[in-house]
Each structure stands twice: as structure tokens, then as C-alpha cells.
Design a protein around this ligand. Sequence first.
Ligand SMILES: Cc1cc2nc3c(=O)[nH]c(=O)nc-3n(C[C@H](O)[C@H](O)[C@H](O)COP(=O)(O)OP(=O)(O)OC[C@H]3O[C@@H](n4cnc5c(N)ncnc54)[C@H](O)[C@@H]3O)c2cc1C
Length: 557
Amino acid sequence: MSARYLPGGFSRRAFVKLMAAGSAGLCLRRAWGAAAAPDSGPIDRSLGEIAPAAFSGDDPRRAHRILWDKPAWLAAHGGRYPAPAERVPLAVVGGGLGGLTAAYLLRRHRPVVLEQAARFGGNAKGESWRGMDYAIGAAYFTAPDEGSPLAALYAELGVDRLWRSKPEGHPVALDGRLVEDFWQGETAPAAQRRQFRELAAYFRRLYDEEGGLRYPQIPAASAAERAHVDALDRRSFRRHVESRLGGRRLHPHIRTAFEHYCWSSFGASFSEVGAAAGLNFFAAEFGEILVTPGGNAAIAARLHERLGRELPPGHLRAGALTANVRAVPGGFEVAWEDAAGVLRCLHAKAVVMACPKFVAARLVEDLEPERIEAIRRLRYRSYLVANVLLGRRLAQAPYDLYLLGDGATDGRDVRAAAERQGATDVVFGQFVHPDAAASVLTLYRPLPYDGARPELLAEEAYAKALREFEAQVVEGILPLLHLRREDVAGLRLARWGHALPVAETGLIAGGTVDRLRKPFRDGLFFVQQDNWALPAIETATAEAFHWAPRVEKYLAG
Ligand SMILES: Cc1cc2nc3c(=O)[nH]c(=O)nc-3n(C[C@H](O)[C@H](O)[C@H](O)COP(=O)(O)OP(=O)(O)OC[C@H]3O[C@@H](n4cnc5c(N)ncnc54)[C@H](O)[C@@H]3O)c2cc1C
């Protein structure tokens, strides 16, 4: 926590007292940790008032140590994988929303779920401050179709009792001014507003499938849906939007809004993202959006809790970094390093790979060359998230506020523009419980270009990110929301290295996704957002729903 963020009335003495209380808490937790299994739930409620001055999010160091030079790591463990010590019907590698959903749907087979991080949830993790849960990654989701399997799952987990719908309207900040509904054209002179309304009407009609328009469903569930998605995927989202306007130039504010939206949602530029992916995401913004306290971590937490109750003890394994998967007679041998650094191995009849594909490529022996080629085509982008802790009630903030800077982002030098912009949107963490005495703002800062990852691993990365977020908060966010520096009680940062697969034009139409997601040797299945290079909870869960019956069938055979 930065000293700049000590609230005004907060004396040095009180701060030292709080620090002491924080570290005592830490000692107690350590002592307690020796006796009880550590909490591996997606929401970290152990932080208290003072969080460590370090990134949360994902920590790639252990994965890099093991997977970048597997022979050296294996040599340090005796040079060979041990014989399997257990035989199980099903192993799930990766405990993000895809892996947790697959494990839940297949729970009657008592899967063992191996998650490399200390907490389950993947990109859908959260933290808590003064009893308020907030997201450090994924924030919101679209309302499921009535009667759909996803709606039934949310109801079964009780998620439908947690959520609140985001109000209509698309608030933005432009040139330091708050505008309530961008698509009414309020930022532009009256004569230029038509384009805003025309596009908003198009996206609304597309989402509602009115006037002969068809919403592109991804994953596509039928041949007809797939043909529609393929046709759209052959050109970029930007080209598609421009063509809707019959070649008229996009108003600079609109271009900026799309650019920042694509950075934030895809970690990619408006010109890189395929039209099918762009329309799938953006049209849904005109439908019902749902928010739970802690963001999508609340859904991961419900799944984790249920699985914890319904699976045999020890089947949810956190800190279990899978290092190797090999096909053997009757199934697969899965080897992992456990949280204590011990190399272990199990035999599973079926495996669900719910980790990203670039990891799967390092784990699974003898993958087919065309799948490896398809995996190489996927690019992943990084992300920074900051949570601003506010020691006061903030009942009036919009849920998701897009920051459009001066409204002149043109997408030509994305890296320079993204660096200038910093965070692209701010989510009001207490949206579901706005009457809480304190509140949290979540700032999303995508890094929508290649090459950001090594910079995030540099020693000075945390201090640099903190400085930049602080400046944006003080100069940009606080004045917008009529907040004072003294209102800020802390700033907590999360770093995501390989968070978002780029939904690049042509990946679907060119068949790359088919090569990525087809089962391997019949018994190994893939369930992850990157099956369709589309970074959303709906992709991860839809893939779990798609593949679970096939896993069932294979296990029954
Ligand atoms: C900052 C941010 C904001 C986002 N916002 C939203 C949002 O608002 N709404 C939305 O729908 N989506 C959002 N997303 C996208 C989000 O990624 C997906 O919604 C979803 O959470 C992806 O789930 P997944 O299971 O497919 O992948 P992941 O969450 O990546 O899960 C993969 C899991 O595999 C584990 N793993 C990796 N390697 C190994 C190994 N060797 N052994 C064992 N385990 C391993 C990882 O630790 C991880 O837990 C956001 C993403 C980020 C980063």
C-alpha cells in the first residue's frame, strides 16, 4: 500500500497499529495453517486492512521453472515420473471456471481436480476488504437464456440469488466529463448524433434477432450457426462496423469507444478482433448483464464449495502443478508437483484439460502436429487490475464506466495509445450492495499488444504499475466521481500474464478452433475459453456443457 493513500485523518500512529494488527493476523493464520488445510477458495478473505505490496492475480514463476525446462526439473526429481499411486476415472487439469464446471457436471465420477495456483478460480478470482468481496479478474456475465442448462446451473448453485442486473445505458467519461448514455450521442454535436443511434439500434436488434438479423452464437451449436459465425469471422470487427455505415467514417468518439472496449474485453485492438467475436460480445452489452458481489469469482466460489462438499476429501487439489500427461493402456498417466514440491502421479481413464492450450502443449506427450500448429497460432495478452479501496459509501457510481480519454484513439499505434490511456474502464465493486459503509472501485487496464508479459515480470513492474495507477486515480477517477484523496484507503494490484486468448479474425472460419478442441486419443478432452479463443465465462461453461456428455459416454464405454 502506498503512503500516499493513507487517508487524511489517519495518523502515523494509527497506521503503525494497523500494520501490527495486520502482521499479528498473518502469524495467527500461519499457525492455524499448520493445523488445517489452507483455504483454496477463489475469494481471498484473509487480507485484512493491509495487503502485501505485491501483485495478486497469477504467479507464473513456478510454472516457468517447471515447464520451461522440464528435463532439468525432472532430473531434480530423480529423472523419471513415478508410477501412479492412484487410479481414478477422471482427472481435470485446471480449476478455473471451465475446469470447475466440467468437474461439477461430471461429479458422479468423483474427478480429481489439479489446480496449479494456491486458489481455484483461474481468471475469476476475488478478494475481500471490510466484508466486501471484489473482483481481481472477471467481473460480469450475460443473463443466460431462460430454460438453458446454464440458467439451471446458476439456479442450482444459488447464483441467481446473488446477482443484480446492470441498468441500461452506457456511461463514459470523455475529456473529464461524465456522460450517462454514450450511444445517445451526447458527446458529439447534435448534427453528428445519428451515427451513434444507428449503431446502437443495430446492436440492440442484433441481440434481439429482430429484422432478420442473427446474433452469432459462439460456441456455435449447429451447422447453420457455425456457417453464420464463419461468414462473419472472415473479416475484422472494425471492417464489419464500418460496413454497417456504408463506408462512412466512424466518428472519432465511436472509434475510441470500440477500441477501448476491444482492449478491455479481448486484450486486442478493434482491427484484430474478428467480427463474429466482436458482435457476440458487443451486442450482448445491449442485453441483460448480471453482476454478483466479487464478480465472477462468486460463481467460481459456489462451484468450489459444492465440489468440496460432494467430492471425496482431497479431490480438489490446489498447488498441484500438472507437468506431464501421457497416454498409456487404459487411459492416461498424469504427473504433477504438489504444493509441498513432491512429484506425484495418477492414472485416469479420462482427462479434461482445462488449462490454457499453450500449457497443454507443454504437458501432453505426442500431440498431433496440426494441433501444435493451431496452438502456435493462438496469442495471449496480459492484464493489470487495480482495486481502489474507498473508506466511504459510494451509492451513485455507474456500474461500468468506460474511460475514453480525449476521444481520439485511432488504433494505429495501440501500444502507445494503451500506455497513454492506462485503465480503460472502472467497475463499481459495491454495485450489488451500494449501501455498504465503504466501497471498492475496480480499474481494468488491458495490455492489448504483444510483448507486455516480460515487462510484468520485471523487478520494478509492481512499483511502476502502482505509480501509474495512482496517477490515473488521483488525476482522472477521483475528480470524476467527486471523491477526495482522503477517501482512498488503499490500492491493490493484480497481474495476469497469459489471461486472454486473442479472438483474431479467421481463427474460427479457418478451422483453427476445430483443431484446438477436438479430443485427443478419445479419452482426453479440452474445456477452456481458448477452445474458441473467446475470453468469457460463457465460452468456458458452454464448452463444459458440450464435452461433459461425451466424457460420460467415453467413461461408460
Ligand atoms: C482481468 C480480466 C477480466 C475479465 N473479465 C471478464 C468478465 O467480466 N466477464 C467474463 O465473462 N470474462 C472475463 N474475463 C475472461 C475470463 O478469462 C473467463 O471468463 C473465464 O474466467 C476463463 O475461465 P477458464 O477456465 O476458461 O480459464 P482460466 O481462468 O484461465 O483457468 C485455467 C486454469 O488452469 C490452471 N492451470 C494452468 N496451468 C496449469 C497446470 N500446469 N496444472 C494445473 N492447473 C493449471 C490455471 O491456474 C487456471 O486456474 C476476464 C479475464 C481477465 C484476465
